[in-house]
Design a protein around this ligand. Structure first.
Ligand code: KIV
Ligand code: ZN
Length: 505
């Protein structure tokens, strides 16, 4: 009988707090709903004390999620715990996640507390949280660089005060699989009460060992793994959910452990996160990289053609990676379109379906073959669309290799059409300058990229624009069979996100 390991997803907390990964409310809700479809056990929805916007987004996520535990992070302070409680008031299954550092370096230089004070704080704050919530997780930040006897003492107190999960994080990604295995085995011996609660691990990836350390911890007795989609997170990131889950599945012979994850939702979860953050995974990334199932060398191809198992230890289908299926064209009806959406895992309201069908018809007019990936790109964007404070009316470009590019862009803003002209190095840059003039404020263009959704001459161009305003990054995306239009739409989408975020924080 396989042991079931709980999956605690922290994409919306540890992931979201890493550079370039911040998300607006709509995006967080969309991610949390995908995490529920993926069937994670726990969603860490945020850090309520970080800002009123964070607290509000945990509440909104909680309203939309039925089957997962929702947790909110809190430092070991009454005020943080109160905010966490407030943020979880709509959660069907709430958990408060209290943390305090236990390593000598953190206690001395960050907390400026002595070890006795830390023990007292853990005990009193876990007990305080327990008064309001039955499900309490305590994390000893920087556990792997802590004195093991001291840590055992802290864990004993936390469990006595009511903690039901104890997390042993490798906060700075310092440990190695052997060392972590021994550390966890040893701490269970020194603190037998750990056998009465869930033992969690939370591994950062500074040495590229986050997943290996998490797996070693399972062997030592961990029953919960904290991880993120695509491994996003502070610095080098957190252990990647998809890698842990597929490693356990593929090597059940070694670990006798499994998770409740619906692995067919892995690709979709990874793509959604990339679409929202604009951060692509490296092509050779395990499980979800573009090349994870590509066999380039002749010898490999020959082997795979004879028998897939020669070079393939897991199948693309197992992670929901369907090949680029040809689906619909311009003669396809609403019924067939809706069937395809259901197959792709979408359930749209009538109004959303009307809008999606209109967009599909527009696309089918321009593109002969419409693939699953095209439909997925159209609909997933529609679901996270923010109100359009700025809308593209028209644009005209004058460009060539013997003239300076000129762009005229007309944008609807508050029901007025504003038209601006600008010149620049190339048509895209000129268009961005014209839009910036309409916006009326200088913005920093942090990054711009252009990719195609599928292959082929009439492929949809997918533009990503990252704009910076007041130190915050906003990711805009635009889709079109015309790359200049895709770029303009991406820039305008980023402006709309700036407006939406400022109104909702
Ligand atoms: O890395 C870490 O230690 C954390 C804790 C708050 C769990 O993120
Ligand atoms: Zn962390």
């Amino acid at each position: 009988m396989d042991k079931i390991i709980k999956i605690f997803d922290t994409t919306l907390r540890d992931g979201e707090q890493s550079p370039g990964c911040s998300m607006n409310l709509k995006e967080k809700i969309e991610i949390s709903q995908q995490l529920e479809r993926l069937n994670v056990d726990i969603i860490e929805a945020g850090f309520a004390a970080a800002s009123p916007g964070d607290l509000n987004s945990i509440q909104e996520i909680s309203k939309n999620i039925n089957n997962c535990i929702i947790t909110s992070l809190a430092r070991a302070h009454k005020d943080d715990i109160d905010k966490a409680i407030e943020s979880l008031k709509y959660a069907k299954h709430p958990r408060i996640h209290v943390f305090l550092a236990t390593s000598p370096i953190h206690m001395k230089h960050k907390l400026r507390m002595n070890p006795d004070e830390v023990v007292e704080k853990v005990e009193s704050m876990v007990a305080y949280a327990k008064l309001k919530c039955n499900d309490i997780e305590f994390s000893a930040e920087d556990a792997t660089r802590s004195d093991i006897d001291f840590l055992a003492k802290v864990f004993n107190k936390a469990i006595k005060a009511g903690a039901t999960t104890i997390n042993i994080p490798d906060t700075v990604g310092y440990t190695t699989p052997d060392e972590y295995y021994n550390f966890i085995t040893d701490i269970i011996n020194r603190c037998p009460a750990l056998k009465t609660v869930d033992i969690s691990v939370h591994c950062h990836n500074d040495l590229g060992l986050g997943v290996a350390n998490s797996i070693a911890a399972i062997k030592a007795g961990a029953t919960q793994i904290e991880c993120t989609i695509n491994g996003i997170g502070e610095r080098a990131g957190n252990a990647a959910l998809e890698e842990i889950v597929m490693a356990l599945k593929t090597r059940k012979d070694l670990y006798n452990a499994d998770t409740r994850i619906d692995t067919k939702q892995i690709t979709k979860s990874s793509n959604l996160l990339t679409r929202i953050t604009g951060i692509k995974v490296q092509p050779n990334k395990a499980i979800v990289g573009a090349n994870a199932f590509a066999h380039e060398s002749g010898i490999h191809q020959h082997g795979v053609l004879n028998n897939k198992k020669t070079y393939e230890i897991l199948t693309p289908e197992s992670i929901g990676l369907d090949t680029n299926k040809l689906v619909l064209g311009k003669h396809s009806g609403r019924h067939a379109f809706n069937d395809k959406l259901i197959q792709l895992g979408y359930s749209l309201s009538k109004k959303e379906l009307d809008e999606a069908f209109k967009r599909f018809k527009n696309l089918a007019d321009k593109k002969k073959d419409v693939y699953d990936k095209d439909i997925d790109a159209l609909v997933s964007r529609q679901k996270i669309e923010v109100p359009k404070a700025f809308e593209l009316e028209k644009y005209v470009i004058n460009s060539g290799n013997v003239i300076t590019s000129t762009a005229t862009v007309a944008i609807k803003k508050d029901n007025t059409i504003i038209e601006e002209v600008a010149v620049g190095e190339g048509p895209i840059y000129a268009s961005f300058k014209a839009i910036e003039k309409v916006y009326g404020k200088k913005l920093e263009l942090d990054d711009f990229s252009l990719n195609s959704i599928t292959e082929g001459e009439d492929a949809l161009g997918d533009a990503v624009v990252r704009l910076k305003e007041n130190g915050q990054t906003y990711v805009g995306r635009g889709l079109s069979t015309d790359i200049i239009e895709a770029s303009i739409k991406a820039y305008i989408n980023a402006l709309n996100k700036i407006k939406y975020t400022n109104q909702n924080n």
